[in-house]
Design a protein around this ligand. Sequence first.
Ligand code: SAM
Length: 339
Amino acid sequence: MSLELNRIHCGDSAIMLRLIEKESVALSVWSPPYFVGKEYEKHLTYEGWLLMLQEVIQLHTQLLKPGGFMVINIADILCFPDDNLPRFQAENLRRRRSDITQEMVLEAKAKFPHYNRNRLAKYLGCSEQTIDRRLNGNNVRGGKYSTQTRVHLVGGLIENFAYEAGLFLYDRRIWVKDAAWENSRWTSLSYRAVDEFEYLYFFWKPGATIVDKSRLSPQEWTDWGSRAVWNFASVRANNDHEAKFPIELPRRAIRMLTTPGEIVLDPFMGSGTTALAAIELEREYVGIELQAHYAQMANLACEKAKARRSLLTETLNGHVVTNGHSSTAVEQLTLVATD
Ligand SMILES: C[S@@+](CC[C@H](N)C(=O)[O-])C[C@H]1O[C@@H](n2cnc3c(N)ncnc32)[C@H](O)[C@@H]1O
């Protein structure tokens, strides 16, 4: 049995990918869980996450066409908890609003051993919180006793899994996304940069690969096809899925690395973005998604996109009247592309 094309199937990729026809997929483009605590990855331990990535990558060896590509979009883990990490952050002096020092509190406590926190605060002319802080240490960056975090690079892990599976790192690019200031209040308490880029790793399965420069216009090659840094905005409305990538991401990979009619795979399909790009670009697609409600949502979005596509095809040489407004085929295509 092989998985039906042009559908998003609900299940675990580590199992379902075995059902894809061998050497059928021209491009697999995906973004897995990043192990950063999203709702849909809460069930995973670090070891389980690594194992899942390893298995999914390994399964690509058989399902990719010779000469085909696997493009992985992923980021480093910026707050990786590590019990072995010594406490880094010292007391933040700029944040200290009271001149009362720990020595002054200890001295007062020694002088009036029967005073509680409230009376000590009154005696020293400060808040009870200040007394608490001076006696118990500042509650900075997740608290005195919480595990410290460090940056953990992910690219090398993926490269090794792919290499072991016979897939070779062909290229790597950076996607510059919107700076996530709102998720990074802690940057005011550290020297770390705000989170504003992710990676795209292009892996190649040995075999004949057509390098067809006519797939993009000369201007597109100059603007992004030959550029290592890609700039486009993140998805603003993440109300139906926590971690969608923008359609421009799979769109670029599909346009560069496949021809119409070829099969595009996404084993972590989420809301269906890769499938929507494939429909827009007249490629076949197949997807896998663990969560039933996401798979259902993605299939629904694809059916709507296909309906719009058919409408477009029917009216390609003419004009169509939509909601009382006349629009050209090109305008209709834009509707498909941005939804
Ligand atoms: C980063 S999101 C992908 C979002 C997608 N690119 C989009 O634009 O909507 C990762 C997705 O993988 C799904 N997932 C997690 N583990 C999975 C597994 N073992 N097999 C299939 N899907 C999985 C999650 O439910 C989540 O929807």
